[in-house]
Write a protein that binds this ligand. Sequence first.
Ligand code: TTJ
Length: 707
Amino acid sequence: MSEQDKIDEEARKTLIELNAQPQADAAAVPPSPSAEEESEAEDPVVGEYEENLKTYRDDNVKDTVDEHSYTADDIQVLEGLEAVRRRPGMYIGTTSSRGLHHLVYEIVDNSVDEALAGHCSQIEVTVHKDNSVTVTDNGRGIPVGINHKTGRSALEVVFTILHAGGKFGGGGYKVSGGLHGVGASVVNALSVRLQVRVKSEGRIYEMEFSRGKITEPLKEVGVCPENESGTQVTFLPDPEIFQETRVFDYDILKQRLREMAFLTKSLRITLRDERVDEGEEPVERTFHYDGGIKEFVAYLNRSKTPVYDEIMYFEGTKNNVYVEVAMQHNDSYNESEFSFVNNINTPEGGMHIVGFHNALTKTFNDYARKNKLIKDNETNLTGDDIREGLTAIISIKIEDPQFEGQTKQKLGNIEARGATDSVVTEQLTYYLEQHPVIAKTILDKSLLAQRAREAARKARELTRRKSALDGLSLPGKLADCSDKDPKNCEIFLVEGDSAGGSAKTARSRATQAILPLRGKILNVEKAREDRIYGNEEIKAMITAFGTGIHDDFDISRLRYDKIIVMTDADVDGAHIDTLMLTFLYRFMPDLIRQGHVYLAMPPLYKLEKNKKVWYAYSDEELASILEEVGRDQNNHIQRYKGLGEMDPEQLWDTTMNPETRILKRVNMNEEAASEIDLTFTTLMGDKVEPRREFIEENAKYVQNLDI
Ligand code: TTJ
């Protein structure tokens, strides 16, 4: 504490000095382009700018410890942030919606680090009306003291030097890797305006930036109670960079922030959205879980049926790796495993997952043999058998994570394997001995899985052999298109034979294929593999798509660019959509990830008046059409109950014609992988009346897939 006092006292003194002679400081700075000069034409200005810097560097490069003049470091800073602006994709992946949201996580990560270090209990994230975002925490506050070597405050360094994480010798773990942890400076470089406010030791400090450059130096702006401290950052993403969208999506932020709260036990994270109508209260959600990842597992299993009540929880540190695991089996046949390294999702797994799987397989087999649940002449359970229906969170914290693989989402650190293996083996062995009933429940389930797996293998071999004999014949019910270039082709998966018939008549034969599906398709969440492979509708889809599934999946063999689910616009239709998306998500998630999956949007109403026809795709739209044409006796309104009620021509006009139809593309929120969240984007044909735009404009399909 006294050490901290000294640092801060020094900081304050330096600040006073700094503020006393801002002009002098400014004069020492090389002629840097002002905000106006910078404007649009980037390259010539940058060129000029670099010239100035070069001259400057030649003159000053030897003055290393002159506190208040710029040094070679400045050049690096400016060049660094310029590089971020020139190639933002290198730092945040994309400048689309995903990159935009990434800015928020990047800032919040710093506060989470402070929480991990044990100094912050609360984080607030507010989206303002202008789509600027404020992140506030009650941590110690970014240090404002001036470092003698660099002549800068830590605060300035954090926001202007690339890769400077939130680590200043204090405890806690540096969060870096993947796209995360690139730091606040990247957010700063990509914001038109960024304001920082620090409360510490009874004083309030502020500093401001624009596009990475200081616009207001660090200064003391007021006082606050001695016992308050924290950091607040407000930023407005730069329209020059984020050209596609600058609108934050509440649900996307909500899911990731909820995940962060689960991963950081007891941390309270509030999300507030001020973009509400005049006079309305902001929308607000707070996430706070004292049970941490144990509550995370309970949340993931909320709509499932656990096969035992308790959630297992193991925790420990080995080889400087902190390991935390929570898990519980449910009566489904799928594995839902989510892993995190320093709170970053690792969908491709890596060493920690290898260790976790090893530990599970070995420990359960050992226990089963010891307790004669597997006899001497019987084979071991496989990892898949044991993990059938398992929901698990594996969260580790490691000092210097190495991310590998194509998307840098796979942990490479060898020590993570041993650490996870030994923490889980030790504690699970003990747990099973203490809970023989739970152990037997899990092993009985695993033994059933083992038998089903054998049966599935036989069924699969049978289908493989059959298709080999038939020469990979397409399903009989499929009305295929004639164009052989998949890029031009689409397939409609149509609910019911009668609608399928209309669709076959209506379609454009060259490019549109129709596959009618009878009734509700199998819920793959509730069926074991052997039943899934025996299901005719599912087999028909798999062969029609051409890609294969699971490990055999190969997107280059996809026979259609668009896979369009077309169901009635009613509750049953919505349920079939859900079942279809569940199947696609579980068996061919890349089809969704790469944007090949769509939902057709049939109209709800047809309105005829004086020989003119309107279609309405929602109740609101019907109301607005009526508003326009007048509510009187000449209106003939037909409510469509299903696709079957439309004749082929109507079906073509309203739902299938690429020129006029509305399709919703299905996406996933990749940043919050634990939320199987499928988001729809509305796509329209060229000639669609502008009025339709408001339908489902921010359409959300955040639905639990386990209905
Ligand atoms: C580092 O060690 C000394 C005391 O302060 C620690 C620190 O920097 N804590 C800290 C940083 N808390 N919160 C932040 C932070 C918060 C936001 C919203 C944004 C950034 C870049 C940092």
